[in-house]
Design a protein around this ligand. Structure first.
Ligand SMILES: [Fe+2]
Length: 404
């Protein structure tokens, strides 16, 4: 443990309890045993676009080479190179002894600078937190430090995600030359200089991967023709289930620096909701015992991963669209999702849950959530045609750029 919990760190002239500050969920990953069907679910149906595939085949033990699905996919919904990754489960079982209850490949949080990524790694090592790896991964170009929570779920802090612009292409492979397998020495050259260097070296910088939209543009979504009647405009929250809720929550609070927004007890199950910015929560922690009470479709330690659509109409339309395409839609007691209004869950081909929502209560300077009696009463058996605005409807992080 740190010698003194009162030690402060100068982070850009602001004194903080730790040498970094997480501002948002950047990306998240699920494993799949049904890669072809899952890829269709996440891309064609949900609308994530492939930014790069990555073949882990060279890391497979010889007896498994060519026999195990080894290609993973990086996908995006905005300019970030990836917001959701889908990796082949069996390959990670044989490469990395992936435990059967682990559904999550990574939960990845954005910090403000490269220095914060590097300093976070050193600070955590001093606190005897095992750092899985540090450096900079390709594809995606983000500088990172990986660590696990007390029950083994893998977190990553990152800075500098590659941005994909109007042309829709990721960086080509020759530009993956500045991959780092250990913590970076500082300073590093900016990405703009890396691009200059690639151009000078004769690299065709516009030859990267571009997603292929397979769905006909049959839906008019508030003025834009899209392949589905909704647009993902944000990701998260992540719902974890833990053997020891307090121990796991302490990691997200004391190590990652999240604030506890609210605690809910439902049928004797104590559930904690934590935030890293103004969203009511970005991660929630439930006792593992809730899994049987809720009859969740998949026996893992992850309850769900969230995708936000732009508005209530899109939420309703997404549910109808996914049902039409044979996706199983589920509802759970709304008391388990404070601050979220109407939501629905879609099961992916492995049974992993995706929570679809359109609203997230915003927490202000005083850190207090809205009192329970001021929240809308949710009846999942009777969704209304429209909803009355709340004081913070449409507030929070806005989506930048066109929807498609
Ligand atoms: Fe990552």
């Amino acid at each position: 443990m740190e010698a003194s919990s009162t030690r402060k760190f100068d982070v850009g002239g602001v004194m903080l309890d730790r040498p970094f500050r997480i501002s948002r969920l950047g990306h998240f990953g699920y494993y799949s045993n049904h890669m072809r069907e899952s890829l269709r679910f996440y891309t064609d149906l949900l609308g994530f676009q492939i930014s790069d595939p990555l073949d882990f085949g060279h890391r497979l033990p010889p007896e498994h080479k060519g026999k195990v699905d080894s290609v993973g996919y990086f996908t995006r919904f905005n300019g970030d190179h990836h917001a959701f990754v889908l990796f082949p489960r069996r390959a990670f079982e044989v490469m990395a002894n992936l435990p059967p209850e682990h559904a999550i490949n990574q939960m990845t949080w954005q910090v403000g600078s490269l220095k914060q990524v590097v300093d976070a790694g050193s600070w955590m090592q001093q606190r005897e937190i095992v750092i899985d790896r540090s450096g900079r991964d390709m594809p995606g170009s983000n500088w990172h430090t990986y660590m696990r929570d007390p029950e083994g779920s893998r977190n990553e802090l990152y800075y500098g995600m590659e941005q994909i612009g109007w042309i829709g292409r990721s960086k080509p492979k020759p530009m993956h030359n500045r991959r780092f397998t250990e913590a970076a020495t500082l300073p590093q050259i900016p990405e703009f200089k890396e691009v200059d260097d690639a151009v000078a070296a004769g690299v065709d910088v516009l030859s990267g991967v571009r997603h292929e939209e397979k769905m006909p543009l049959d839906y008019q979504v508030s003025g834009t023709s899209l392949g589905r009647p909704f647009k993902i405009t944000n990701i998260g929250p992540i719902r974890l289930m833990a053997e020891n809720v307090d121990k796991v929550a302490a990691f997200y609070r004391d190590t990652l620096g999240f604030d506890v927004t609210e605690e809910v007890t439902w049928k004797g199950h104590r559930c904690l909701f934590l935030r890293c910015n103004t969203d009511h929560h970005c991660v929630s922690i439930y006792p593992l015992s809730i899994r049987n009470d809720l009859e969740l479709p998949h026996k893992t330690t992850c309850f769900s991963f969230g995708i936000k659509v732009y508005d209530y109409q899109q939420l309703k339309d997404s549910v109808a669209f996914l049902k039409k395409h044979g996706v199983r839609i589920l509802h759970y007691p709304p008391e388990l999702f404070p601050g979220m209004d109407y939501t629905a869950f879609a099961a992916d081909p492995d049974g992993n849950l995706i929570q679809i929502y359109y609203y997230m209560e915003q927490i202000g300077w005083d850190g207090k959530p809205k009192p329970e009696n001021l929240r809308r009463k949710i009846d999942n058996n009777a969704w209304p045609e429209t909803v009355q605005a709340l004081s913070d409807s449409f507030n929070g992080e806005p989506y930048l750029g066109p929807w498609g």
